[in-house]
Write a protein that binds this ligand. Sequence first.
Ligand code: GLY
Length: 358
Amino acid sequence: MQKEPVLLDLKSVPHIVGPGALEQAATCFSGYAKVFVLVDENVEKFCLSLFQEKLPDIRFAGIIRTKSGELNKNIHSASVIWEQLTHFKAERDSLLINLGGGVISDIGGFTAATFKRGMDFINIPTTLLGQVDAAIGSKTGIDFKEFKNQVGIFADPKAVIIDPVFLDTLDQKQLQSGFAEMLKYALIMDVPLWKMMNMRYFDAMKPDLNQMIIRAVSDKISIVEKDKRESGLRKVLNFGHTVGHALETLFLKADAPVTHGEAVAAGMICATRISSQWPGFDCHSPELIYEMVDRNFPRLVFSVEDIPEIMRLMQHDKKVKAGEIHFTLLSKLGSAVPDIVVSEEKVEESLRFYLRNQ
Ligand code: GLY
C-alpha cells in the first residue's frame, strides 16, 4: 500500500503524487505577493477546509469563485474570474491555485495564463478524473458554442499536487468517471496496470487505488513530455474520446448528462470494435476489454435513430481533418496507434455493435 507521496517531474514541473502530497508541497506556494484560490460551490463546501487544514500557513488574498459543471466552462465564467482577479488586484507575481476537477484546471489555467499576459498557477485536482488526466499536461481552455475546448492555450502549471485525501469527498459516480481514464492508460500503454486491475469491479480495486493513480500519472507524463502540443504521440490519449465526446454532447443537449467517464467507456467499446476489424490489430480477446468496461460502466441508452446526430457531432471534433475521422486504435492490448483514418461506415457499425451487444 502506497503511504508516501512520490515526486514525478514533467520537464521542470513537479508532480507530487500520493498520500501527504499537500504537506510535502508547502514550499511551492511561497514567494508570491498574493495567493488566490479558484473554487466552485462544491469544492468550496467539501474541499477548501480540507486544504486549509493541511496547509494552515497559506493566507489567501481572495477566494475566486466560479460555477461548477462543464456547461459553465465558457467565456462568461472566464470573464467573471478575470473580474474577481481584477477586483482583488492580482498581479503577475500572484499565484492562482486551481482547486477542483477538470473544469477548474481548464478554466483556471486559461484565465491565469491570459490574465495580465500570464500569472502562475498550481493545479490541485480534487477529482479522480482531474488527478489522472485533466490537471496534467498543460492543456487549458473553455468550451465555445457547443464545442468542447474550442478556445484555449497550452500553459504549464508551476506544480501539480495530487493528494488522494480529496477522493473521500467524491461519490461513486465521480470516482468511476476518473476510472475510465485509468482503464484507458491500461489499454493503450500499460499492461502491468491492466494486470493490476485484474478484471475487478472498481470497488474491489480501492486498496490498490493509490498505486494505480501513480501509474496512471506516470503514463500521462511519459506521453506529454515527448509531445506536449499533440502533434503525434499524445493523440493516443484520445482513445475512446472520438465517439465519447460526441456521446457526451448528445446527452448534454438532451438534458440528460452522462459523466465523461461513462461517455469515454462507451467510446472505448466502439474504438475497440473498430480496432478488432483493423488489419493492424493483434489481440485475441477484445471480449475481455468489453467485459471489463461493462463490469464498471452502465451502457448508455440511445438508439440507432441517434446515430446520424452522433456522426454530425463527431464532424466538429478536432480529430476530424478534411472531413476524415481520425481514430486512435489498439494494435494490441497495451499498445495503441494514433491518427488512423476510419470510414463513417465503420464508425456507424461500431455504434450499432454497441447497441446490439449489451
Ligand atoms: N486528455 C487528453 C490529453 O490531455 O491529451
